[in-house]
Design a protein around this ligand. Structure first.
Ligand SMILES: Nc1ncnc2c1ncn2[C@@H]1O[C@H](COP(=O)(O)OP(=O)(O)OP(=O)(O)O)[C@@H](O)[C@H]1O
Ligand SMILES: [K+]
Length: 295
């Protein structure tokens, strides 16, 4: 939920804001929404609270055609939230309470094992307990399901098994720096990150570079490739990373024979549409609104 104000309040101060809105999020949900809008059959495995936010959350997923069979609702924690205050200069303060997300456990994964093991692609992030995310990747892998891992929010001491259990490891510049210690400001830096992550056991690494598109490198093709994004007029880049990951998951699942570079190029196109509208899920394009040569 976001509050727009002219300036940020000081400790103990009450100020008036001029706008308030609630948007749905969670990286997993955002990615799922983007995949679903492109036409993928999707299911989200997560946990929310038995509260009005949780009810609305489930409703929103259903509206987007996402299966909620494995969206648990618990009375033991509140739905995860992010409260954001943004001033007129665009500076913000944010409080995140993960809440019910942290209660998603191995039992929940076991209950969902059918969707995990029969999926074409499993996408994981780090907004739940990392060990649970890793277990989902392992379950997928053991069944020959393609794994796409997005290490967000990044942890400096990520369990090294995340590298070896990801078919595709996709991070942005900030995450790349936290994971490797290499500040990423250009393509060359991203290439260094790519080499380092391949050494750690990744099969294929993608570093997203905002308006510059992406860098990709793989064990099969260890020469880094730049996949540029089209030039667009960006109005709000919030959520672009999740749009990209969601689109990539769609192509991996629905067009598995496309060369990876082509999948990334198409995912860049989808994500570059999202930066031309404000908000996160509200900016994600539907298949019918995109150039049909993307399909
Ligand atoms: N200004 C832009 N113009 C065109 N495409 C963009 C732009 N910004 C982002 N994109 C697309 O979105 C993808 C992801 O962007 P980025 O690397 O900024 O992710 P991110 O930092 O995780 O984003 P965010 O945190 O804002 O969601 C890029 O690889 C590109 O395809
Ligand atoms: K956006």
């Amino acid at each position: 939920m976001a509050h727009l104000t002219t300036r940020l309040p000081r400790a103990g101060e009450t100020i008036l804001g001029h706008k308030f809105f609630i948007g749905f999020g969670g990286k997993g949900a955002n990615q799922c929404v983007q995949s679903a809008r492109l036409g993928a059959k999707t299911s989200l495995i997560c946990k929310v609270g038995k509260d009005s936010f949780g009810n609305d959350y489930v409703e929103n997923l259903k509206k987007n055609g996402i299966s909620t069979a494995f969206v648990g609702q618990t009375a033991d924690a509140a739905t995860g939230t992010a409260s954001i205050i943004v001033n007129s200069e665009g500076q913000n303060v944010i409080v995140i309470v993960p809440g019910a997300n942290l209660l998603l456990n191995f039992e929940d994964l076991k209950r969902a094992s059918d969707v995990i093991c029969k999926a074409k692609v499993v996408v994981c992030q780090l907004e739940i307990t990392p060990a649970v995310s890793l277990e989902a990747l392992k379950m997928a892998r053991a069944s020959g399901v393609k794994t796409l891992f997005n290490p967000a929010p990044a942890l400096p001491d990520l369990d090294p098994q995340f590298y070896t259990h990801s078919d595709i490891f996709c991070c942005n510049e900030t995450e790349a720096e936290i994971l490797t210690g290499i500040p990423v400001g250009n393509l060359e830096d991203a290439e260094k990150v790519g080499h380092m992550l391949l050494e750690r056991g990744c099969k294929l690494v993608i570093v997203t570079l905002g308006a510059e598109g992406c860098m990709m490198i793989s064990v099969e093709e260890p020469i880094p490739k730049h996949v540029p994004a089209g030039k667009v007029r960006a109005v709000d880049t919030t959520g672009a990373g999740d749009s990209f990951v969601g689109a990539l998951a769609f192509y991996l699942a629905c067009y598995p024979k496309l060369p990876m570079e082509e999948m990334i190029r198409k995912s860049n196109c989808v994500a570059s549409v999202s930066v031309q509208a404000s908000g996160t899920q509200s900016s994600y394009p539907f298949r019918k609104d995109l150039p049909q040569d993307l399909f």
